[in-house]
Design a protein around this ligand. Sequence first.
Ligand SMILES: NC(=O)c1ccc[n+]([C@@H]2O[C@H](COP(=O)([O-])OP(=O)(O)OC[C@H]3O[C@@H](n4cnc5c(N)ncnc54)[C@H](OP(=O)(O)O)[C@@H]3O)[C@@H](O)[C@H]2O)c1
Length: 296
Amino acid sequence: MNILVTGANGQLGNEMRIVSRGSQDHYIFTDVVEVEGQETTILDITQLEAIRRVVKEQEIDVIVNCAAYTNVDKAESEPELAELLNAKAPENLARAMKEVGGLLVHISTDYVFGGDPYNTPCKEDQKGTPTGVYGLTKLHGEERIIATGVDYLIFRTAWLYSEFGKNFVKTMLNLTATKPQLKVVFDQVGTPTYAYDLAKAIFDIVGSRKFDGRTGIYHYSNEGVCSWFDFTKMIAEYAGNISCDIQPCHSEEFPSPVKRPAYSVLDKTKVKDTFGITIPYWTDSLRTCIKHIKEQ
Ligand SMILES: NC(=O)c1ccc[n+]([C@@H]2O[C@H](COP(=O)([O-])OP(=O)(O)OC[C@H]3O[C@@H](n4cnc5c(N)ncnc54)[C@H](OP(=O)(O)O)[C@@H]3O)[C@@H](O)[C@H]2O)c1
């Protein structure tokens, strides 16, 4: 198969580059800019004709869409751009794949939930109630993909981190190494996800052709539950940053342009049952990622 990855310079895109090394399928990595040392085809996913051209020329069977507008706070002041990248652009990819009978693998988020209070893990068919522009535009993206009639796998994930780009783990590695004290919110709980684990799951599902007849939305995060405070404590412990005094605090101590879900745990039963995969526990994956960051 010919598999095109968009947003290949981002966190998940870079992990797709790693997991697909040595694949029997032919992977083509695309993004809006080239990065030194990485083979990248330029493709702006807001441009339908450009997508159609590359799909035709490269005879693409599957698109894995890792591109998105991911700045949750900034989206509040740039709703049109967020809608373009998170809703219209995925529809473009879906239309292009529908025209050739291909598959679109798309990534969405736990932030499609959060408006309704709940305290049990969210299943795929729970009604979307986003609390901000980012979550709303990601929900629109899902709806627009489904409306095209394309074959799709939508993976909703959460709290993504990796050794690439900017993310919570890298920020906290730095802060816990340099600050004597740190306050971190304990009233928002969810599950971190190592982007490598998600990329590997996508790679295995696509590579094994297990997607036939399994169009749908699936939840994927690492296993377990924690607060941002617990997450930070483990980051500091694994990094050996023992001199920072980390204390829990309430979200209201850190005013933000967007309200985040208080309970943001995804139920992963469907993805495990459908594809027969096992998912690593969050602390095991965190330890692995920090080891890789330290080796860089
Ligand atoms: N990060 C999280 O915590 C999180 C949580 C839940 C779900 N997700 C979802 O997971 C997916 C992957 O997230 P990520 O953290 O890997 O994202 P990321 O690191 O922000 O990477 C996104 C990539 O898309 C590129 N891009 C932007 N506009 C584009 C365009 N018009 N055409 C093609 N590429 C474009 C970006 O380039 P520039 O950097 O140059 O703009 C970047 O390389 C996204 O769908 C996101 O919504 C993320």
